[in-house]
Write a protein that binds this ligand. Structure first.
Ligand SMILES: [Zn+2]
Length: 270
């Protein structure tokens, strides 16, 4: 009996020693991994968004079109969304901050139905938006915040009011770029804003066909308004029959924006 008790004590001591040792080496090993991970973090830092990896929308064999709707959401958005759904089309909405607040459920529907959401500022007033580098940035930040509150999406896709030329000087572009915003203009102007009827359909189709022949992917400027919504299905019907696919602008796409060349000037100068 004495022998048995002694052996149990002996075995327990051995087990205790072994267990202790393994915990110590284990924690040393853990520390090692942590150090390696920390070192990696120090050397690589935060993953930098690599601009080289952005995908050019022209790099495709598909007949692709990017439809974009500005100034919404509005009382017309639901109609636009119904038409897009019918044609299995995706689009991009550049929205104004006050309108997002006015129609929060529509903003959510846009996202739920798989479209892209971008920012168009707050005031849509040339004099206020383009007043300074800071005012342009502030408006986009405010829009970004409102959209994120509603949908959880922190969009960096932007379109400035009336397009980036002539008021978005290089210094403005740099400022927006530094904040991670991606500036999108267009290469097809549907003129839905000026024609105000179904006349915009033919104007748009002609431009799209011309660009497609030159292997340039069309980015169509349209507006989130009733007159546009009313005739949208005619446009989509025609383009679908001609084999076009409608895609949304993605965060990973290389932005397409107008070049200033020597056309840009400061708002207050003129
Ligand atoms: Zn606009």
């Amino acid at each position: 009996m004495k022998k048995l008790i002694l052996s149990i004590i002996f075995i327990s001591i051995i087990l205790l020693v072994v267990w202790n040792h393994s915990t110590i080496t284990g924690s040393v090993a853990n520390n090692k991994t942590e150090t390696v991970e920390r070192d990696l973090e120090i050397t690589t830092g935060e993953p930098e968004p690599d601009k080289q990896q952005l995908i050019d929308i022209d790099n495709t064999d598909e007949k692709t079109i990017y439809l974009t709707f500005d100034d919404g959401p509005s009382s017309a958005t639901n109609d636009i969304l119904d038409t897009l759904k019918h044609y299995h089309a995706k689009a991009t909405f550049f929205m104004l901050e006050p309108h997002m607040k006015q129609f929060p459920d529509i903003v959510k529907r846009i996202v739920e139905e798989g479209h892209s959401v971008g920012l168009h500022g707050v005031t849509h007033n040339k004099k206020l938006f383009y007043k300074s580098e800071q005012s342009a940035l502030d408006e986009m930040n405010k829009g970004q915040e409102a959209l994120e509150k509603l949908t959880g999406i922190k969009s960096t896709l932007i379109r400035t009011p009336y397009g980036s030329v002539p008021y978005l000087l290089e210094s403005y572009r740099k400022e927006l770029d530094n904040e991670g915003f991606k500036l999108w203009d267009w290469n097809v102007d549907s003129s839905d804003w000026s024609l105000g009827s179904k006349a915009y359909i033919n104007v748009t189709i002609k431009q799209i066909e011309k660009l497609h022949k030159g292997n340039v992917t069309p980015i169509v400027l349209m507006h989130d308004k009733n007159e546009t919504a009313k005739h949208l299905s005619t446009l989509l019907e025609h383009l679908t029959k001609n084999g076009f696919l409608f895609k949304k602008i993605e965060e990973y796409n290389k932005p397409y924006s107008f070049n200033c060349y020597d056309r840009c000037y400061r708002m207050e100068d003129k």
